[in-house]
Design a protein. Structure first.
Ligand SMILES: [Zn+2]
Lengths: 384, 145
């Protein structure tokens, strides 16, 4: 069966974008992706839009974006699985191409989050969990990951300082990414002493909401080769789910959906965790990146704290992780995040990442988590 | 945005359980009488756990009984909130939210009360304490005596 390749990628600036509507954000990324691919609108068969509707004032975003991009009457549709919506859109486009229905598909992840008050967004995020059996006790989204952190620390001796080293790394690389929300390095002691949020988390353990968009152009193998000389292949896709409620998880030291999605993707692409040179993982909270190292097999379960402490996820280590700043420093416009991750991997595999370039990057991975692992998508990209 | 509504007038936080939901109704009614119960499958004998549901999550049988739990358990994991994510919790910070595992192996979310949040630890023995409101009761836990 023919492969699916990425022939173009575009990325807007993440941040508080009061200067643009959501469709303008989408256009910004789309225009760059089309230019990067060297194609025109006419070459496209369809668009898949990723966005999470409840965070938008604008309803039915796919149609609004499609019109703004002047792509009517071509087909479009929306994908939604919380923070993993972007990767769901990529998976959907991959499936559309694999099935032979479409040959060239644009994937646009876009989100305008800062229209809403943070308190309102957090009240909404609380409902990523089980509404009636958990929210009545005052639990919200950061608290779930905080419980994972507390369990991980208890079981494996992971320290808060190790967790915060994830933030230090990601801000270090974020400072070099012109598209990042936060472009400043942070110091470990200052971060450790930032305000307590949901213990063990302080402010610097948490990623920030942002506005932004990213776009990929995917194409069927023969079309990809005809249209582009710098194709990056999407050779492995994995997707898995776990219970909505943490009450029914086997433990709180990892995400079973991430383990399963990773194994599916590795099997399909016929590679192992050791082959991955550069990875984008879902660091919505510092502990999430540590659990991702373990769930994906970059290190053994329980060794994630040491992995970051020994800088093995820096450029020059075994696998460079979140060298675009991650959700932590780049910002997390939830619908855009999965596409933004893929953008970074595509640029890395093409050797176009400048001072953040990972040497000899030939295989890259994205790990995009919805909620607290209710959904996880793992994608494997390869350069020939 | 008020305490109960967001900008679009939707409920902003569920401070109250859904008392009338069919499967959960006996749970809340029992709790009002200070009886802490869980569904146990008549076919495989396992507890359903929470939230209550129509079929056994283990074997899909539909016959079950509401069985009293001892009310004793331990803290499986926990978090202390230092920030109120919603105005309704403004005067409660810092407060604890814990995942409780009962002696019977059933897990539920709750609050450990009756001790400062910093005293809560994983594995800490706890027992149920009933917090009564006008028309319902919430199951909370305190350090076991
Ligand atoms: Zn059963």
């Amino acid at each position: 069966m023919s492969r699916v390749g990425v022939i173009g990628a575009g990325h807007g600036v993440f941040g508080r974008r009061s200067d643009a509507t959501v469709q303008e954000l989408a256009f910004e990324a789309f225009r760059l992706a089309i230019k990067d691919a060297g194609i025109s609108r006419d070459d496209l068969d369809a668009t898949v839009v990723a966005a999470v509707p409840e965070y938008h004032k604008q309803r039915s975003v796919a149609g609004v974006v499609q019109e703004y991009l002047n792509l009517n009457p071509k087909p479009t549709w929306l994908t939604e699985v919380a923070c993993a919506s972007g990767s769901a859109a990529i998976r959907t486009a991959w499936m559309a191409i694999k099935s032979g229905v479409h040959q060239v598909v644009a994937v646009i992840g876009c989100q305008k989050m800062t229209e809403m008050a943070t308190a309102e967004i957090l009240a909404l995020m609380g409902r990523v969990g089980e509404v009636q059996w958990e929210s009545i006790f005052g639990s919200t989204f950061p608290g779930y990951y905080a419980m994972f952190a507390t369990s991980h620390m208890h079981e494996f001796g992971t320290t808060h300082e190790q967790m915060m080293q994830v933030a230090v790394k990601n801000h270090f690389y974020g400072s070099k990414n012109p598209n990042a929300l936060f472009r400043k390095e942070i110091q470990l002691d200052k971060a450790m002493n930032s305000d307590a949020v949901a213990s063990p988390f302080c402010v610097y353990d948490c990623c920030a909401n942002a506005d932004g968009a990213a776009c990929l152009i995917l194409a069927e193998e023969s079309r990809a080769k005809a249209l582009s000389k710098k194709v990056v292949w999407l050779d492995g896709v994995g997707c898995a789910t776990a219970s909505m409620s943490v009450l029914r998880r086997p433990n709180l030291v990892g995400l079973p959906s991430a383990v399963e999605a990773g194994q599916q993707a590795f099997r399909m692409a016929k590679v192992t965790a050791k082959d991955v040179k550069v990875a984008e993982v879902h660091d919505c909270f510092t502990i999430a990146e540590i659990m991702a190292y373990e769930d994906l097999g970059f290190c053994k379960k329980g060794h994630g704290g040491k992995f970051i402490e020994e800088k093995r996820s820096y450029i020059g280590g075994e696998v460079a992780v979140n060298v675009d700043g991650g959700l932590k420093a780049k910002g997390h416009p939830i619908g855009a995040t999965g596409v933004s991750m893929a953008y970074e991997i595509v640029k890395q595999l093409r050797g176009e990442s400048g001072e953040r370039q990972v040497p000899n990057a030939d295989i890259g991975l994205t790990h995009n988590v919805g909620g607290i692992g209710q959904y996880t998508f793992v994608h494997l990209f390869r350069r020939d | 945005m008020s305490e109960t509504q967001d900008k679009r007038g939707r409920p902003a936080a569920k401070d109250r359980p859904f008392l009338d939901e069919l499967e959960a109704k006996p749970f809340w009614a029992n709790l009002k009488e200070h009886k802490f119960t869980s569904q146990r499958c008549s076919a495989c004998g396992k507890f359903f756990g929470f939230p209550p549901q129509f079929l056994c999550p283990h074997c899909l049988a539909s016959e079950y009984e509401w069985i009293p739990l001892s009310g004793k358990g331990k803290v499986y994991s926990f978090v202390t909130y230092h920030r109120a994510w919603h105005p309704a919790y403004q005067d409660k910070v810092p407060y604890n939210v814990s995942l409780i595992e009962t002696e019977e192996g059933v897990r539920m979310m709750s609050n450990v009360v009756g001790c400062p949040p910093e005293a809560v630890k994983i594995g800490m023995p706890v027992e149920i304490v009933y917090e009564d409101f006008e028309d319902y009761t919430l199951p909370k836990f305190r350090p076991a005596t």
